[in-house]
Write a protein that binds this ligand. Structure first.
Ligand SMILES: Cc1ncc(COP(=O)(O)O)c(C=O)c1O
Length: 355
């Protein structure tokens, strides 16, 4: 095995006493207690509604203005929501226009799921981790859909509200779908979230990050376009069927936890963000200051050597920027407690000195 074999699959789920993993983006903090409390009395093991339990969809509809329970589909994480919507959109309108605009660096699954849906990814290169609206506006007329992810995995950046409003307007004018991947909307350090809205928008979210429930696989899509919602249900009926019914019950419990749960978690993330950002700057690395989510993307020389040697010699996992469309960078998730972040920074420092 050598560095040419580097892939996310090599690292996902890897654990060990002395391993420090800045790899996978899963919160280490526990889910809210309310989520476990349902377990002793839980007895439902049957198939559920494909669209998701009506209780959960009703609870979600209370969180989104002008929505109803009918406009949600509960999915196996945000991942399935993205996949279903892309496949539904690919079958609509002009097949010649089956292109999806992605801001680069992008979440590493986007190009894959776009292609699985039979569409082609088109890229707009971000400037300092944020969308370059002029380039976006030049490319979007040729596309059927765009995916917006703010706060972003992998950059940790948050788009300016002004940019989001311009994207909302131009896509509405052109009739281009916006898939707004909001899985980090509750993890913003710099301002309130801005919800991109309109009949051409599909909001995608998840219980994975805010409520630290990645493994339960509960997410959802929300759209005012009822036909599109029905098309995603039709695809789901013949693919995964209902989303895990116990996970949905746990997610329902999560919808009623007080907002202080999210605020307290945000403070923990902010402390970690400050620690890793300053730590990497002190090591002489160039990076964008994260404004949301829990990722940093420093520039490094020879990223492949960096990722491979840190893993092999220092038991420290980092991800190649190339997987996210940023070949001169690496991505670190700081979903780790402060002690581990400090230890990991020390190891990176030792490694950099040894180069
Ligand atoms: C931007 C983004 N979208 C979607 C997902 C997938 O989330 P889920 O666990 O809800 O499928 C992730 C997970 O890391 C992500 O970072």
């Amino acid at each position: 095995m050598g560095k040419e074999q580097l892939s996310p699959a090599l690292f996902i789920g890897v654990q060990g006493e002395d391993i420090i993993s800045f790899g996978s983006g899963q919160p280490d903090l526990p889910p809210p207690d309310a989520v476990y409390k349902i377990l002793p009395d839980y007895r439902d093991f049957k198939y559920g509604l494909i669209q998701g339990t009506s209780e959960l969809r009703q609870a979600l509809s209370r969180q989104y203005p002008s929505s109803t329970a009918d406009s949600f589909v509960v999915t196996n994480g945000a991942s399935e929501a993205l996949d279903l919507v892309l496949r539904a959109i690919a079958r609509r309108g002009d097949p010649q226009k089956n292109k999806v605009l992605l801001a680069r660096p992008y979440y590493y699954s986007y190009p894959h799921i776009v292609r699985f849906a039979g569409m082609e990814p088109v890229y707009t290169d971000a400037i300092d981790g944020r969308i370059d609206f002029d380039d976006f506006a030049a490319k979007v007329p040729d596309c059927k859909a765009v995916i917006i992810n703010s706060p972003s995995n992998p950059t940790g950046r948050v788009e300016a509200i002004d940019t989001l409003k311009k994207i909302e307007a131009i896509t509405s004018e052109l009739g281009v779908y916006v898939l707004s991947d909001e899985v980090y909307k509750d993890l913003i350090y710099v301002r309130e979230n801005y919800l991109i809205a309109g009949p051409h928008v599909v909001t995608i979210n998840s219980f994975s990050k805010t409520f630290a429930m990645c493994g339960f696989r509960v997410g959802y899509l929300w759209s005012l376009d009822q036909e599109l919602v029905q098309e995603t249900i039709a695809i789901k009926t013949h693919t995964s069927m209902n989303t895990n019914i116990l996970g949905q019950e746990m997610a329902l419990a999560a919808t009623s936890v007080p907002v202080s749960f999210i605020e307290e978690q945000l403070e923990v993330w902010r402390q970690r963000r400050d620690l890793i950002y300053q730590g990497l700057l002190d090591l002489g690395l160039e990076l964008w200051k994260p404004e949301g989510a829990f990722y940093v993307m420093p520039k490094v020389e020879d990223p492949e050597d960096f990722v491979w040697d840190l893993y092999e010699r220092y038991n420290t996992i980092t991800y190649l920027g190339e997987w996210f469309g940023a070949p001169d960078r690496v991505r670190l998730s700081y979903a780790l407690d402060v002690d581990k972040i400090e230890e990991g920074l020390q190891r990176i420092g030792q490694y950099l000195k040894s180069r």
